[in-house]
Design a protein around this ligand. Sequence first.
Ligand code: ASP
Length: 591
Amino acid sequence: MAEFLGNSRRTAYCGTVREDRIGETLTVAGWCQRRRDLGGLIFIDLRDRTGIVQLAFDDATDRAVFEKASSVRSEYVLVAEGTVRERSSKNPNIPTGNIEIFVTSLKIVGESETPPFEILDNTNVSEDLRLKYRYLDLRRPSLMNNIIFRHKVAKITRDYFDENGFIEIETPMLIKSTPEGARDYLVPSRIHKGSFYALPQSPQLYKQLCMVAGFDRYVQLARCFRDEDLRADRQPEFTQIDVEMSFVDVDDIQNMAEGYIKRLFKEALGVDIETPIPRYTYKEVMERFGSDKPDLRFGMELIDLSETVRGTAFPVFASALAEGGSVRCINAEGGAEKLTRKELDKLTEYAKGCGAKGLCWLKFGHDGVSGSFLKAVTPEEIEAIKQKAAASEGDVLLILADGNDANVLPTLGLLRLRVAEKLELERKGYKFLWVVEFPFFEFDKEAGEWVAMHHPFTSPLDECIEYLETDKGKVRAKAYDLVLNGIELSSGSIRITNPALQAKIFRLLGLTDEEAKKKFGYLLEAFRYGAPPHGGLAIGLDRLVMQMLGAGSLRDVVAYPKVQNASELMTESPAEVPQKALDDLGIAIKQ
Ligand code: ASP
């Protein structure tokens, strides 16, 4: 790093000094982590982005330097020159723990008030306070290292795609809306009063038009903006590794992405990811795990009991089956102890909160079988259920029945996660999978209409095109997700390039030809001038880095994140603007 040391005549970064430099005179610069006064001795832990080195001052130190050292307080910025020497009492906990710098010259180049919290990795200061003083928070080595790691990920990403013939192209931020299923952030235009730009939810259409232009392979570390109610794993602005390729099919895109993942994990973490990454259809993951982003770090697959209990007199099961639904369970293996009556009641409430009518359970305890519906079924039926679920002593079965299979699967999928947490199942490593053949449409109950599950530019599977008009629920798409440890890391698809098919899809999604033309006319037009077959995907960089680091929150991998209500606590954005600015834009605020 020597060439980057700056102009303060710094000759070493604090955290890099080792025994091999004993006897050398060095200049270091950084922040005072802490100062210890032991009578005639002063020690200062000096911190920069690479770590800490100990500065020492003793009776041999020039008195003026010693005096200055004794005036140093936490977070003062110092430049110190001195000789590296062996420490008399070594600190095995830090990499520089065998040496110290005996200071001969000290400059205080920045003073600090007492900071609102101490700069420590294991801090229990409230997150709001840390976010208000984010620049202090970022001084904490763990957070700073996360951001530096993120930089490495970005670097490897650019290298990989560059080496594979991709061209990085910046697409505009002030655009016309691109639908990805969220609300747009809007930017009013001053020149065109009453008109608004949207910030991109993704560069989707621009990257497709790059293919029409002939760039063949596009990549961008693209900032995207989606105005959604925030959950723990969302930020209103985020970064995607956005990719598009021409003359490809699903496999080509998946292979390219796998090569990237493999290279990235090896280079950044030294971890080998096995490829090819397993591919599951949407139908299969829903039936086996009750989720389109299953966590494969543990088993506990869903078990279909429908045939096992067909003919039962138990009304809950019987009516579900009579209505054409299903009865399914998960086996919480060895859960009999931990899943007490109280826990099972809580799980029942949880299942109801997820939309289930109720939850049936069967416990194979050491003192016999207990259950929520024992009296309603025969011992033979219990035995048959036990066999089918491969349950043994110590296991608990959680069973859901519903006249609509689509209600059973996701709720059982959520219970599977909840139970894994309760039973503290080991969830280690990085389990990737592809989910393919997503449904093209999904029915939005609130809006009462069919919407595109991925986006309207996604190509339906060739064999499903015939159902477009007759049976929307049956149409599957050339769409795929990359999932890691239960998190959707990436989505993508092969795109429609036939203008007639694209126009038809818009119509099926409820847009009149007029509306489609107004919103996406330029795309339909572009397809009339020679559109190569193309497809792509976008990998969420923030989520990827968070998973790689095992961080608890996106806020731990974003330098200046927003909080749950979409505000940024340090700058206090969003903020009101002067009346003049509103007037210029022709905007009046409704109270
Ligand atoms: N634009 C899509 C998204 O942001 C990804 C893609 O289809 O490439 O989810």
